[in-house]
Ligand binder design. Structure first.
Ligand SMILES: Nc1nc2c(ncn2[C@@H]2O[C@H](COP(=O)(O)OP(=O)(O)O)[C@@H](O)[C@H]2O)c(=O)[nH]1
Ligand SMILES: [Mg+2]
Length: 401
């Protein structure tokens, strides 16, 4: 009798468990979580336990192979307990630099609409009266071309339009293109000097106010050089935050460029010195030095940048000092430019964030201000969104096809 009762009890328990499993697996079916579009790397790796197959915890969708995206493409379906061993990053092959500005010309659409199209529309008016010329002037000023260049351009346009008499849209376009090109300047050497004839490595220092895009530009420039077949060492002379050096190092690792860094809050000049020293020892072609821009007083700036320059030049003279300016800051950028130019000899300008502004005329203004050519332009946050500045391609982008 007792054995019968025991058998019944066991049977009931077994049925209850099986029932639970069935319900569990049904529940699982009714729970297909939409696969997240981005992998949740914060979720702990799941380890199979008894019962896992039957029921998925509702608060934690099971990860599938597609959802796991390990760096370096080492995705695998097996869950691991240990964090993955440090990856040797796969080297990227940057895009060739040839024709980048043409590829990125659509990014100048804001400037194109505000400046190029605006001017063409105004010039196409049947009667070019005083008011229209004033509007043309305003358009140029609003695009940050600057007062002096604006007056020059308007004067020349007025004269040429008068001589022309009747005008076709093609004639006007050609005329405007010509005059804008004259303002931007076609006869200046805009190559970034990285290869002195008599020694290696070439030394480039990147300066500018915090947030203008110095580190990004240094990283992008490293890619440009690598794309052109050169070897590069990076010097992280922004020692204010470890994150700044990390940021630069990440850029370097992507293309196989070694980054020299010092202790946090260490001496920027000695990092720069060491970078050139290591570059020499490694026999690389170019050393790029990223600097800090977090300098509140002109004296502080003088002291620090001046010292970096002096110390580096114990190795060899700097081949290029690039001033990075944020095109969206307009006249403020010009004030900054002036201060930097007093501290170090700027040899080239990098205008960043031209993709986010209608003020493409700043190219003209800043060259006038410093008497130094714009050599590179930043047209986006992408790794290859830095282009050599070509006046023709730039003006063509402004006035459209
Ligand atoms: N849209 C756009 N953003 C840029 C460009 N250049 C840099 N940036 C962004 O500007 C921010 C500051 O850049 P960073 O290099 O850290 O500036 P730094 O403080 O001068 O070193 C970052 O978010 C960059 O992605 C550009 O040409 N276009
Ligand atoms: Mg920086």
């Amino acid at each position: 009798m007792e054995t019968v009762i025991l058998a019944v009890v066991i049977a009931v328990v077994v049925l209850a468990v099986l029932g639970g499993l069935v319900v569990g697996s049904r529940r699982q079916k009714s729970l297909p979580p939409p696969p997240p579009t981005t992998p949740d790397i914060t979720a702990p790796p799941t380890e199979p336990h008894i019962g896992d197959e039957a029921e998925t915890p509702r608060d934690e969708p099971r990860r599938t192979i597609e959802e796991v995206d390990l760096p370096g493409g080492r995705a695998s379906g097996t869950a691991v307990e240990e964090p993955p061993a440090p990856e040797i990053p796969e080297l990227e092959i940057p895009e060739p630099t040839e024709g980048r500005l043409v590829r990125l010309r659509a990014r100048l659409s804001r400037s194109q609409n505000a400046l190029g199209k605006g001017l063409l529309t105004l010039l196409s008016r049947e009667h070019l009266d005083e008011d229209t010329w004033e509007e043309i002037e305003d358009t140029l000023l609003t695009a940050d071309v600057g007062v002096q260049p604006t007056q020059e351009l308007v004067e020349r346009l007025r004269e040429r339009v008068r001589v022309l008499g009747t005008r076709t849209p093609e004639e006007l376009r050609a005329l405007l293109r010509d005059e804008l090109l004259t303002l931007v300047g076609t006869d200046v050497d805009r190559t970034v000097k990285t290869e002195p004839a008599d020694r290696k490595p070439g030394i480039v220092m990147v300066v500018g106010v915090n947030g203008t895009g110095k580190t990004t530009t240094t990283g992008k420039l490293a890619r440009v050089l690598v794309a052109d077949g050169r070897t590069v060492v990076l010097g992280a002379a922004d020692t204010f935050r470890a994150a700044a050096a990390d940021q630069l190092q990440t850029w370097g690792e992507r293309v196989g460029a070694h980054t020299v860094r010092g202790p946090e809050a260490g001496d920027p000049a000695s990092v720069a010195f060491d970078a050139v020293k290591e570059g020499k020892e490694m026999g690389v072609d170019v050393v790029l030095i990223d600097t800090a821009g977090r300098l509140h007083t002109k004296t502080g700036l003088m002291d620090e940048l001046g010292k970096v320059k002096r110390v580096v030049e114990k190795h060899a003279p700097l081949d290029e000092v690039l001033l990075v300016l944020d095109a969206t800051t307009g006249q403020n950028g010009l004030v900054q430019a002036r201060v930097f130019a007093e501290v170090v000899d700027i040899t080239g300008i990098v205008l960043t964030k031209l993709d986010g502004t209608a003020k493409g005329g700043i190219v003209v203004a800043v060259q006038r201000e410093l008497g130094v050519p714009v050599k590179l332009v930043g047209l986006g946050e992408g790794a290859d969104d830095l282009a050599p500045f070509e006046p023709e391609a730039f003006v063509d982008a402004l006035i459209g096809d």
